[in-house]
Design a protein around this ligand. Structure first.
Ligand SMILES: [Fe+2]
Length: 357
């Protein structure tokens, strides 16, 4: 007889190890564990577990948000799902039932109770025909979140988190960069409403990276020409995901995704546009993105001093960057430095070393 496969998504490695021991000890089946919800979202497009256990308290997506993204993508709809939490509350249970969960498990439950409940879930799975999920890549997860509707705030929040999960620098980069972009926009005379919309949409600039293979995103060292071709597609993937949305903020996100790697002199990608043909939002985010990249630690470099980043950006005015955007940037530098200081307060600051060529 085929052994049951039980997938567990939980950011607590100790709990995962405990559950694996419990599942193996009671001979319930094979356990597959995920410490990160994004890994599970990607993996579950191809894997069809018999039972899925999802932790409620996870840092990037909570358990219900994870299930919303998963169900919306049509993944594992027929798999019995249990939500797991150390502090099961009534509102949490209602959220869980609404999300289609069939069981809410307390981490405080004893071993015997946990085994019996898991056994019931496996029986329930045996009564259901195997899930027939189509191949849904992570862009499909985002597409599903977008198509799901719901209010703009929660859609944005989930998409931002999906985007941040693919960012090597944690969500702090997108958050900080979005604030820089809003300050520069204000310096250019954009209205407070437009500045706020830009701040909301800017974190989506690299959303398309969810369509880029992990091996490429995490590759140490130089990319080959072919690999760069694939990497550049994050601009058009993000644009395609967001462009038709009813929400003006998500449509602005599409515009930014498409245009944030264009250069003012036409030397950028994906379209090689120049000057005012590049959306202003993209010209602003391009500078905010580079300023943040230069002044923070990345896996391949230490942080530049702010003064050196300013010199570099001013030098690239008219080539990489729109001169008007550079002027707004230099005029707003005190405010930008204050934002940076706010984020630096809890991050180690590495000494200046030269960037690799
Ligand atoms: Fe990008």
């Amino acid at each position: 007889m085929r052994r049951a496969q039980i997938c567990i998504v939980d950011d607590n490695a100790t709990w995962l190890a405990k559950m694996v021991r419990l599942i193996q000890g009671a001979d319930l089946g094979d356990a597959v564990t995920y410490l990160h919800p994004m890994d599970a979202l990607i993996s579950l497009r191809a894997r069809h577990p018999d039972v899925l256990l999802v932790d409620y308290h996870m840092p990037a997506l909570n358990g219900v948000e994870f299930l919303t993204a998963l169900h919306a993508a049509g993944v594992s709809l027929r798999t019995p799902v249990a939500l797991v939490a150390g502090d099961v509350t009534e509102p949490m249970k209602l959220q869980a039932w609404q999300a289609g969960v069939v069981e809410v498990l307390s981490k405080a439950a004893g071993r015997e109770e946990m085994v019996l409940r898991l056994r019931n879930l496996i029986r329930m799975a045996a009564l259901s025909p195997a899930s027939d999920s189509s191949d849904t890549g992570s862009p499909m997860v985002a597409r599903a979140v977008i198509d799901e509707g719901g209010d703009e705030r929660s859609t944005l929040r989930i998409l931002e988190r999906l985007a941040a999960l693919r960012d090597e620098n944690t969500g702090k980069h997108t958050e900080r960069m979005a604030r820089y972009a809003a300050v520069i926009a204000a310096g250019l005379g954009l209205s407070p409403t437009d500045c706020q919309r830009l701040r909301d949409a800017a974190p989506l600039h690299d959303l398309g990276k969810i369509g880029i293979p992990d091996a490429l995103l995490g590759k140490p060292g130089e990319l080959s020409a072919d690999e760069w071709d694939v990497m550049r597609r994050h601009t058009t993937i993000g644009y395609e995901l967001l462009r038709d949305h009813d929400s003006p903020t998500l449509r602005l996100g599409a515009e930014i995704a498409l245009s944030h790697h264009e250069h003012f002199d036409g030397g950028g990608y994906p379209l090689g546009l120049s000057g005012d043909d590049i959306a202003q939002s993209g010209r602003i985010v391009a500078l905010a993105d580079v300023f943040d990249a230069l002044t923070t630690v990345r896996p391949y470099k230490s942080a530049w001093l702010v003064e050196q980043a300013i010199d570099q950006i001013v030098e690239d005015s008219g080539t990489h960057f729109d001169p008007d955007v550079v002027n707004a940037f230099t005029s707003s530098i005190d405010e930008l430095v204050a934002i940076k200081a706010h984020y630096d307060a809890d991050e180690a600051y590495a000494p200046l070393v030269p960037l690799p060529n």
